[in-house]
Design a binder for this molecule. Sequence first.
Ligand SMILES: NC(=O)C1=CN([C@@H]2O[C@H](COP(=O)(O)OP(=O)(O)OC[C@H]3O[C@@H](n4cnc5c(N)ncnc54)[C@H](O)[C@@H]3O)[C@@H](O)[C@H]2O)C=CC1
Ligand SMILES: CC(=O)C(=O)O
Ligand SMILES: [Mg+2]
Length: 474
Amino acid sequence: MRLEGGTSVILRVEMDKQAVTFGELVSLIGQQGGDIVAIDVIQPGRKTEVRDLTVSVVEPSVVETLSAAVSAMKGIHLVNVSDRTFLLHLGGKIEVHSKVPIKNRDDLSRVYTPGVAKVCLAIRDDPSKAHSLTIRRNTVAVVSDGTAVLGLGDIGPHAAMPVMEGKAMLFKELAGVDAFPICLDTKDPEEIIAIVKALAPTFGGINLEDISSPRCFEIENRLKELLDIPVFHDDQHGTAVVLLAGLLNALKIVGKAIEEIKVVVCGIGAAGVACSRMLLAAGVTHLVGVDKDGAIHRGVRYENEAWNDYAAITNPRQETGRLADVIAGADVFIGLSRPRLLNNEDVRKMKPDPIVFAMANPDPEISPEEAGSYVRVYATGRSDYPNQLNNVLAFPGIFRGALDARASTISESMKLAAAKAIASIVTDEELNEEYIIPSVFNDKVVPAVRKAVIQEAIHSGVARKIPSDFRNLD
Ligand SMILES: NC(=O)C1=CN([C@@H]2O[C@H](COP(=O)(O)OP(=O)(O)OC[C@H]3O[C@@H](n4cnc5c(N)ncnc54)[C@H](O)[C@@H]3O)[C@@H](O)[C@H]2O)C=CC1
Ligand SMILES: CC(=O)C(=O)O
Ligand SMILES: [Mg+2]
């Protein structure tokens, strides 16, 4: 499994300066396929010296051969090799900061007892004040049970934490939203619903993450009914928003109308179901979903209730067979399943100018190399290829807008508006096969999504507050 696009490692080396020169070491690392991008002298010395060399390699497999060659070099002791990604995770990736200092008793008596008591009583008397007097107005819970973490599957709540911390970082860095990762040691939907319901007073929104299907549908629907704050399963709706944005732009390139295309969605789990629904709402008429046992159609009674509902609204021609069968004549492939499920032969059965969105993480359903030049528009969920279709483009701006408008929910029309906002950031002049979707670093994304979400929240009556920049607007 290729977990990183390009890897960099830190080699800590102890050099016997009488036996080897630094230049010799540099050239050996170069010969072995490494590129030294930083050098830190850890322990200088006349005879021996300890240095940390940050070395970037194109393929993770190079690290092993390169380390072996460095170890074997006369005069060099390779002390250790650290993966920079692991180093970045030491102690976790986020922490809590106070907004006001506590320097004296006066400060203390206001942030804490006795002063805090009158704020508590004000909220007791009017609970809606919790939005203005606590962190609630800007805070989201990122809740997972670790059952469908990226495409890694059920790896458990402890192992899910790095992803949830990452999501919390993205909320903060991209949209200024404070987010807490909460990984639950239970897979019982009833227990998850009860826990999230009980946690809700702390939060202005609930972002469910990496909870496997079909459990995720029941959990989200029930929580939406129970809570008056937005509950949003990111893998379903964040993904669907970004997918639609990418597809709207890709269709402009190939000059096809959304009503006329055949779309094959592979992986009818959380993301696959929600993406399919979004595409149908946007005008797709010919959509076929495929999972492990082949195309989903009305001729079968599925144990998975979500698939019976799915069969009722998709596959108008009742196509049967495996992915390799139903892909024939498709204009668009959308992968939300597992790595390497599509091959070049399959792609060649698609209509001319195929669009392939291979969105499984961390490895796509088909690599760009295998997809080849026959594919007209290719996109993945990864950061290291062009056209990153990843829900990170959606959830920060969607929650920014929902929190600012104190929305009670995130409706279908708010999601559709968010998708169109993301798509519109790529201008007609900029649009090309390798640029159908703005980068996550494009600073227009979050403001555009926020604006669209707030406008739609106000329009559909779910906003409980008009943000100041929306007052007095026509
Ligand atoms: N790029 C993005 O923004 C996002 C990508 N994803 C990716 O989509 C994939 C699915 O995620 P979720 O929907 O959350 O998981 P999920 O566990 O709910 O769904 C996965 C589905 O794939 C199906 N599947 C497994 N093997 C298959 C096969 N051989 N052929 C067809 N279907 C098969 C499973 O049966 C299941 O229905 C993961 O790789 C995840 O990383 C998910 C959310 C966002
Ligand atoms: C991107 C994301 O949320 C996932 O792959 O699960
Ligand atoms: Mg996810």
